[in-house]
Ligand binder design. Sequence first.
Ligand SMILES: Nc1ncnc2c1ncn2[C@@H]1O[C@H](COP(=O)(O)OP(=O)(O)OP(=O)(O)O)[C@@H](O)[C@H]1O
Ligand SMILES: [Mg+2]
Length: 275
Amino acid sequence: MVENTSLRSEVAPILRLRDISKKYYTRDGGVFYALKEVSLDVMPGETLALVGESGSGKSTLARMALNLAKPDAGWVELAGHRTSEMSAQEMKPHRSKIQPVFQDSSATFNPRRTVRQILAQAMRSTSNPDDAEVEAKSIAILEQMSLRPAQQILKRFPHELSGGQRQRLNIARAICVNPSIIVADEPLSGADVSIRGKVLNLLRDIQEQAGVAYLFITHDIAVSHAFANRIAVMHEGKIVEYGEAREVVESPKHPYTKVLIESALLGRERLDALR
Ligand SMILES: Nc1ncnc2c1ncn2[C@@H]1O[C@H](COP(=O)(O)OP(=O)(O)OP(=O)(O)O)[C@@H](O)[C@H]1O
Ligand SMILES: [Mg+2]
């Protein structure tokens, strides 16, 4: 036990967010804070769920983590590098370490590119593999995602896939550059219940094999409880509760967490079904 604790403390977080604030201006000239001094860490190989209702600031936080937008205050560190201070050019060598999987998978693909071109472009954006390597890796990843027969899928355009297949392609594209962390923003929304379970299992398998960490964004605290090691609860741009998943769900401290749990109708049966 003691050994474990000391080992843990020596491991540095893969992603650190410190005192992040982001404000937007309202049409009447007022200021609105989408994020207020938010801090969190994601450890290598873990899943941290970020839970909160619509408009609480989750996607804004995801964009800061990915360095797709800059905070007004605070900083982001990826594997020890201050990415929040980097330009797009400076970010390039670090881009493969952190990959997004966004909500709406149909909007994230260029409709004129085939699956083969989509995966090849992703791999070539971060390294210089030759054609044979790209082909072999693409096929292996499609197989891993149960996108079969891989040779046929490679020739298709995104609109020639089902919604569930497209979401798996989305994950394949993120995984194919061997990231240390994936920021998944509502990756299950839009997928029906049977597909949700499959995608969660797939993400779990990938984590076991590749040791990738997830910052997993969802409004569903039941999914978080089943899937995450730790949970951060967001409410009106702030983190109001942050801890081990089991503890947060089974003995919530903040009134808002209690509301989330009640509104999720968190029956034992539902939790067991998700496990
Ligand atoms: N570019 C923008 N300009 C102005 N306000 C914005 C902008 N982007 C987001 N907001 C506002 O900031 C708040 C947080 O938005 P955000 O998209 O982060 O919420 P969210 O938690 O991801 O919600 P959802 O669960 O619906 O996706 C919302 O009130 C939103 O309207
Ligand atoms: Mg969002």
